[in-house]
Design a protein around this ligand. Structure first.
Ligand code: AMP
Length: 304
């Protein structure tokens, strides 16, 4: 079941209480493509980088089965750059720098071979560009999932609302859900956001797991308590990659199956935070993933 992934492919510089990195590979679509490729070998990427971006990472995506025909490389230009600093609780962070660079005038060209994708994952990106991608697909995918962040709420709220209207599932974090809805209660926020368009909403709560909403139905997936959280960057995108990857693999977009997808997303995210950047995600094994899923099952199973 083919999956189209769009989003930033970038350099990040990260500071956490455990250390600091120079520019390392990051970007929403980097995490999503990498993670979803553990579930399906039909992952197609649309993104843009400058000629400063390392071939090694692109080659690694290709080796994992990600098609990068739709990755534009702009000669003489710089890749998107983001830097952030985490607070001691590792649940909140400050964005220090956002340099759009090649993203500023990104024209998302969809290769002909990517048309007719069944699943579309719109990773964090300018809302207008996310919308253009939907409009450029000849057939509407079976499921459109979209991620976004506060940055876009602050500078492009109208475009964001227009794009949200077009998608099936929205994933955002708790602070962003409150900002978008103006409601403190996440249950009230979920109702308001669903009224904006998406029939399904996932609210990510960092180390406190994730909530899936659909109408009056609600499902909660915990995050796996870990001894050490090294770097939460990309955890949300990794979650999205696991979520959409699992749905694409199983081909079942029912609410019941979305619950499983939320668990797979959470399991993938639990690996992401164990090292800086994409380091822990590049060479995961099926056994590691299966063991983690078993830990998740055990964590919240009980017999009443
Ligand atoms: P997450 O920790 O899941 O929220 O995602 C972090 C990733 O999002 C980093 O790798 C950044 O490169 C990327 N990112 C940060 N800000 C933006 C933005 N405004 N647009 C697109 N991607 C971004």
């Amino acid at each position: 079941m083919s999956l189209l992934v769009v989003g930033s492919v970038a350099f990040d510089a990260i500071e956490t209480p455990f250390g600091k990195t120079d520019k390392i590979v990051g970007g929403a679509a980097s995490y999503i493509a990498l993670c979803s490729s553990y579930f399906t070998k039909s992952v197609n990427l649309v993104a843009v980088v400058g000629d400063d971006f390392p071939n090694e990472f692109v080659n690694h995506l290709n080796t994992n089965g990600v098609n990068t025909e739709g990755l534009q490389v702009k000669a003489g230009e710089k890749s998107f750059f983001w830097s952030g600093k985490y607070h001691n609780d590792m649940n909140s962070r400050d964005t220090i720098t956002t340099e759009l660079n090649v993203l500023a005038d990104f024209d998302p060209i969809i290769p002909a071979s990517y048309q007719n994708c069944e699943y579309l994952m719109l990773g964090n990106l300018t809302p207008k560009i996310q919308q253009t991608v939907i409009e450029r697909l000849t057939n509407r995918p079976k499921l459109i999932v979209m991620d976004t962040m506060n940055f876009w709420m602050e500078i492009a709220m109208n475009d964001l609302l227009a794009t949200i209207k077009m998608v099936d599932v929205l994933t955002i974090n708790d602070e962003e859900a409150r900002q978008l809805s103006g409601e403190y209660s996440l249950v009230k926020a979920a109702a308001k956001i669903q009224a904006m368009g998406p029939k399904y909403l996932i609210i990510k709560k960092g180390e406190h797991g994730a909530l899936l909403f659909h109408g009056k139905e609600m499902f909660y997936a915990p995050a796996l308590p870990l001894e050490e959280v090294f770097d939460p960057t990309g955890a949300g995108d990794t979650f999205a990659g696991g979520f959409i990857g699992y749905l694409a693999k199983t081909g079942d977009i029912s609410f019941e199956n979305m619950k499983n997808a939320v668990i797979y997303g959470s399991a993938m995210a639990s690996f992401c935070v164990e090292r800086f950047g994409t380091e822990r995600l590049v060479n995961l094994t099926e056994t590691e993933l299966n063991n983690r899923i078993a830990e998740f099952k055990k964590l919240s199973a009980f017999n009443v």
